[in-house]
Write a new protein. Structure first.
Length: 334
């Protein structure tokens, strides 16, 4: 269920046996108005849990403590934590360490004896480091439902990576930079995606991003701030809807740290093409914001657009002898 449907009380009509709380990010304020209403809407999933149910909670997110306070009687809380999080408290399942690679994400686990047999490691097909905490939450949810630990772990290891979530894009036979498409459109998600990308590159980290129009303008400077950890930033359009893309890009730029090399190119396809064409073989280009989406909303109209298709076309162009990037107007620190 979405947070909007939870806010309407749908969890009471279709109560779940297990609810999972991963985090509360800067998102959906166009729907909820305030972060407090957003959290209260998510909380409805847990208020409606039946006796004997379980709440799987992220010990690394402060909002989890509020969720724990409103759990009904006879609903147990199971806690997980990512690497380095909530080290001052006991949790049921902890990610002790992780090793990312382009083939798999290796995750080392530490489980409470009360959970029964749980494998000490996982090999995930989803390679982004932030997926380690998601896997821990999924494993705890399976255990709460009575699935044996080894069986649950094996099933999680077989799960394919979600489309558009830190999804590598490549073209067979074409040498180019590493390219990753990710749905990250909140400051928290973008920060996590960039942290994962940094762990996988030996060259420059380049990010292409925009922000949606017609919604919460307050997160745009925060997105720019999160993007500042990259070595190079391309600001472009996302789904501008009825807003001026140039205004959105300027609000993103206002959050960039001083000295960050950035370029504003409002044509998203051209921004992706230029970022990839100018990157070296050692670099990584992260294209953030739209992920799996296949449309772009511009001036009230929906038109076909795919970050993955745009990235493949840009990589394919690298093999053409006459390929050259389209000029753009870079903004560099003075």
């Amino acid at each position: 269920m979405t947070s909007a449907t939870l806010g309407l009380g749908f969890a009471r009509a279709w109560p779940a046996r297990v609810g999972v709380f991963t985090n509360l990010g800067h998102d959906h304020l166009r729907t909820h108005g305030t972060a407090e209403h957003y959290l209260a809407s998510k909380a409805q999933l847990f208020v409606a849990l039946p006796p004997g149910g379980a709440a799987v909670l992220n010990a690394g997110d402060p909002s989890s403590a509020l969720i724990a306070e409103i759990l009904p009687a006879k609903v147990r809380a199971l806690w997980f934590a990512g690497p380095g999080a909530a080290e001052d408290r006991a949790v049921d399942l902890r990610v002790r360490a992780l090793t990312p690679s382009w083939d798999a994400l290796h995750v080392e686990l530490e489980a409470s004896e009360a959970l029964g047999p749980v494998p000490s490691s996982l090999r995930l097909r989803a390679i982004a480091p932030f997926q380690a905490s998601n896997a821990a939450a999924a494993l705890l949810a399976c255990l709460a439902l009575g699935v044996p630990g080894p069986l649950a772990a094996a099933a999680i290891e077989r799960c394919p990576a979600p489309p558009g979530r830190f999804e590598p894009v490549a073209v067979a036979g074409v040498a180019g930079p590493r390219v990753v498409v990710d749905y990250a459109h909140t400051p928290e998600a973008l920060g996590a995606a960039l942290l994962g990308a940094r762990a996988l590159t030996h060259g420059k980290l380049i990010v292409v991003l925009g922000a949606g129009g017609g919604g919460d303008r307050s997160k745009r400077p925060a997105l720019g701030e999160a993007a500042s950890v990259a070595d190079e930033v391309w600001l472009t359009s996302d789904n501008p809807r009825d807003e001026d893309p140039a205004v959105i890009a300027a609000e993103l730029a206002s959050g960039l740290a001083a000295g960050v090399v950035h370029t504003i190119e409002l044509d998203r396809d051209r921004a992706i093409a230029n970022a990839i064409a100018r990157a070296s073989l050692r670099d990584l280009v992260l294209i953030a914001g739209k992920g799996h989406e296949r449309e772009q909303e511009v001036a009230g109209q929906r038109r076909p657009f795919s970050d993955r298709a745009s990235a493949r076309a840009a990589l394919q162009a690298l093999s053409a002898p006459s390929a050259s990037p389209t000029p753009a107007a870079p903004t560099r620190p003075s």
